[in-house]
Design a protein around this ligand. Structure first.
Ligand code: PLP
Length: 430
């Protein structure tokens, strides 16, 4: 019921709900556990996609995390949090000229190109600016890995260039003057909970790097082995332990690093570093019964935590949840549907979750919620806006994102109407 000695109910009172709370000390612990278990030749790049809050990355940076970004905003966020350009990579299948231009001007470590057409575009833009840019080729591997909840490779994909196309491309070294092709990137999938699967992927990627180098002449200045490290969300799942990852990966990395002492090895991780460090706090507004089922209608749901709602997944499974404002006996558990404020039946945060008898005003905490939270949710749906976010460091809570207000959300709309000239006063409404 507490985070670093502060009661969650105190945070709810001070900052309001719905609220995301991130444990900054845990962010650093997760990062150091991972980096200490893994071979020192491996540089960890934090995927801002998983949690783009500037202070979350700012905290991880203290622990030595680099940045993997995929939009102009994420790039700006990484730089604002103090990342050095040489510690940033940019990837994504639909990069704009504006984004590429920003990468080139900032002088980031590498742009990960997802097609040869994109490499040509970077070449043209870099020539225009008179700069050189390191580029890694993202490869869609021919190998299909099992064990990932969302596979990215081994299938027709918008990501990267098919392995066969890269291997058939001939010598690539003299084709570009401003682009320095400098290695490869492969990302096989996400939510992998089995260290052996990560090991198999990595073995394939490192061998592929050598094959690509031979076939194309590209020097291996950098190889990005992706990642996709999972966390346990649901009953029956078990966390991936850094120790088991180290056992699988380190011998492979060690051998590769000895054969390629000048190659920078990169690994990307988002969820693994942030999910366990976040809690979504939501307050119960109403309790009711409908046709024999219990409902707690809370002040937040799908609009802030789509991952927990699980839209799109086949069967609804519940994220872990706890009652945080009062002690309760474990024996009187009931089955509660916890729903949000949206006018859609999909807005069901928890389905028949085991919780004590709930009352109006109760505070619920959905744990494992530090990744793919607000930024991966339809926060504007029904106009509730995005929630506030708080980071706790050394026993102190810091507001790191303000709650959206209606005026924030109206700011970017422009009124066009032939009747509303002085809307907004009570008298107008009839
Ligand atoms: C989404 C993504 C990541 C981060 O995935 P996690 O499962 O959060 O670690 C890393 N790399 C690429 C290419 C991605 O698309």
């Amino acid at each position: 019921m507490k985070i670093q000695g502060i009661a969650y109910s105190e945070l709810a009172e001070r900052f309001g709900t719905p609220l995301y709370v991130y444990d900054g000390d845990m962010l650093l612990r997760l990062l150091s556990e991972l980096s200490e278990a893994l071979h020192p030749a491996l540089d960890i790049f934090f995927s801002l996609k998983s949690n783009p809050n500037v202070s979350v990355f700012g905290t991880l940076r203290e622990g030595g995390a680099h940045a993997e970004v995929s939009s102009l905003l994420e790039l700006r966020t990484a730089l604002l949090a103090g990342a050095r350009p040489q510690d940033i990579i940019f990837l994504g299948p639909g990069k704009s000229d504006l984004e590429l231009d920003a990468c080139l001007r900032a002088g980031i470590y590498a742009v990960v190109a997802e097609s040869f057409e994109e490499v040509d575009r970077i070449e043209r833009l870099a020539a225009g600016l008179g700069v050189h840019q390191r580029v890694l080729l993202r490869i869609n591997p021919a190998f299909l890995v099992s064990g990932s909840r969302l596979t990215m490779g081994g299938k027709p994909r918008q990501f990267g260039i098919d392995e066969a196309q890269v291997l058939a491309a001939g010598n690539l070294t003299s084709r570009y003057r401003h682009v320095q092709l400098a290695g490869i990137h492969v990302y096989m999938g996400t939510r992998i909970l089995d260290a052996e699967v990560v090991g198999k992927n990595t073995r394939y990627i490192l061998e592929l790097a050598d094959r690509v180098a031979v076939a194309t002449g590209i020097p291996l200045e950098a190889v990005d082995i992706g990642g996709g490290l999972g966390v346990a969300y649901f009953d029956g799942e078990e966390d991936l332990s850094p120790a088991s990852l180290g056992e699988e990966l380190n011998p492979l990395i060690d051998e590769f690093a000895r054969n390629h002492p000048d190659t920078r090895l990169l690994m990307e991780s988002g969820r693994f570093l942030t999910a366990p460090a976040g809690v979504y706090l939501t307050s119960v507004r109403y309790v009711k019964e409908s046709m024999g089922e219990l409902f707690a209608v809370a002040d937040g749901g799908t609009n802030h935590h789509m991952a927990a709602v699980g839209i799109g997944s086949f069967a609804k499974r519940n994220f872990p949840v706890r009652l945080l404002n009062r002690e309760s006996a474990d024996d009187g558990l009931q089955q509660w549907n916890v729903t949000g404020p949206l006018c859609t039946p999909n807005d069901t945060l928890l389905k028949r979750a085991a919780l004590p008898p709930l009352r109006v005003g109760d505070l619920l905490g959905v744990t494992q919620s530090g990744a793919y939270g607000p930024s991966a949710s339809p926060g504007l749906f029904l106009g509730h806006g995005f929630p506030a976010e708080v980071l706790v460091r050394d026993g102190e809570a810091h507001l790191v994102r303000s709650r959206d207000l209606p005026e924030d959300m109206l700011r970017q709309q422009h009124l066009y109407s032939r009747v509303a000239s002085s809307a907004g006063t009570r008298n107008e409404v009839s």
